[in-house]
Design a protein around this ligand. Structure first.
Ligand code: HEM
Length: 396
């Protein structure tokens, strides 16, 4: 007999670094929309099937506004409304205004133009890795700096300041940070960005932030947008590169296919996005009473959406627990869906598409330097992945 969960399942089975938390599959099979008690006492819902998660993400009667939200993890508590420019916490029409302004800057075409620069930065980091003693933490040496460099260049953020903003973004993504720590980190990031915006307004340079200063946005809006893009574009892609490399190393047949068939890379990236689902959870709140799966979600109730359960739904993806790079994984929800679907997805694709094949080409003998079960997984973060990935390419 399946009990209603009193908390979001988060414990993953030991020894299975790519498996979603235990209990999600059973819920999806038996009761894909189930009542769930939130850490602050809120009585809301948990949705686990692909169809339901996608439906909620596409339904404008569900809101993303931070101030209406209850979160499925302890510590967050009540949040203030989204600051100007932070469109993730807004609904239409406020969200639409920002999204329209930014969408044109992140098109697939524009991002493809960055390919050459991504290749250069990738090569520089692979060269630096090669100079080390055949053993590195792949996250620190490669997976994080490559997208960090790119997002900094694109926005016009000095890469040298990375320690400051990285500290804040790590806190913002931590499931263990208290509400005060989250608010402080948000304020720290905003403060850093506000200074940068003032600098770009006075002395524009050739980058996106300077470009946006002529779009009729206020300084507060520019600050919010800058903070959002910087935090959204850093840890996400970094974790997909590191966790993706880990997944490939643990699936040697798939890795062999990835290496030998360059035409496979695009669809392989989509399958890795589906299989790994690093942005594992989203939340929406009902603005009115809504019938969903034969039940009524009342106005004010939150629905936690398990992206990882949805992306492993056998009704959508046959044999879902199998990493199959030849699968057509299009339609996965790894970048979300609906009006908030990831703005930076084309940039992320270019980065992953360049970085992962180049890594395995440069180091044909790449392997883990520690047992797989010792790799520290990001169980404490709202973007999943690895904290570190020690690898080696030394002769055995
Ligand atoms: C593999 C890497 C990435 C993953 C897995 C990812 C995942 C996501 C997901 C799931 C959402 C939707 C959140 C929701 O609906 O609640 C989202 C939104 C967003 N992402 Fe990404 N993202 C990635 C890379 C990036 C990059 C590189 C950028 C920066 C350029 C970025 C910027 C954004 C922004 C601004 C939003 C909010 C869009 C909106 O509210 O309209 N992301 N991302």
């Amino acid at each position: 007999m399946l009990h209603e969960p009193t908390s979001l399942p988060t414990i993953r089975p030991a020894g299975c670094p790519f498996a979603p938390p235990t209990g999600l599959a059973q819920l999806r099979e038996e009761r894909p929309l189930v009542r769930m008690r939130y850490p602050d006492g809120h009585q809301g819902w948990l949705a686990t099937s692909y169809a339901l998660v996608r439906t909620v993400l596409a339904d404008s009667r569900f809101s993303s506004r931070y101030e209406l939200m209850h979160y499925p993890v302890p510590g967050v508590g009540e949040l203030p409304p989204a600051p100007a420019g932070d469109m993730t916490g807004m609904d239409a029409p406020e969200h639409t205004r920002y999204r329209r302004l930014l969408a044109g800057k992140f098109t697939a075409h524009r991002m493809k133009l960055l390919t050459e620069r991504v290749e250069q930065i990738t090569t520089e980091h692979l060269d630096a890795m090669e100079r080390q003693n055949k053993k590195v933490d792949l996250f620190e040496a490669f997976a994080h700096p490559v997208p960090a460099h790119i997002i900094c260049e694109l926005l016009g953020v000095p890469y040298a300041d990375r320690d400051t903003f990285h500290r804040h973004t790590v806190t913002l993504m931590s499931l263990e940070a208290t509400r005060e720590q989250q608010i402080d980190a948000m304020a720290g990031l905003q403060e850093y960005m506000a200074h940068l915006v003032t600098a770009k307004q006075t002395e524009p340079t050739d980058d996106l932030l300077s470009d946006l200063t002529t779009s009729g946005l206020t300084s507060e809006e520019l600050t919010g947008i800058g903070a959002l893009l910087l935090s959204g574009g850093l840890d996400t892609t970094a974790n997909m590169i590191a966790y993706g490399a880990f997944a490939l190393l643990q699936h040697p047949h798939q890795l062999a296919a990835f290496r030998s068939d360059p035409d496979l890379a695009d669809q392989a990236i989509e399958e890795l996005m589906r299989f790994l689902s690093i942005a594992h959870t989203s939340v929406r709140v009902a603005l009115e009473d809504i019938e969903l799966d034969g039940q009524t979600v009342r106005a004010g109730e939150c629905v936690t959406l398990s992206i990882q359960a949805a992306n492993r739904d056998p009704d959508k993806f046959p044999d879902p627990d199998f990493l199959d790079l030849y699968r057509k994984a299009t339609g996965h929800l790894g970048f979300g869906h609906g009006i908030h679907q990831c703005l930076g997805q084309q940039l992320a694709r270019v980065e992953m598409r360049v970085a992962l094949p180049a890594l395995f080409k440069r180091f044909p003998k790449l392997r883990l330097a520690i047992p797989a079960e010792k790799v520290p997984l990001r169980t404490d973060m709202n973007i999943y992945g690895v904290h570190r990935l020690p690898v080696t390419w030394a002769e055995v």
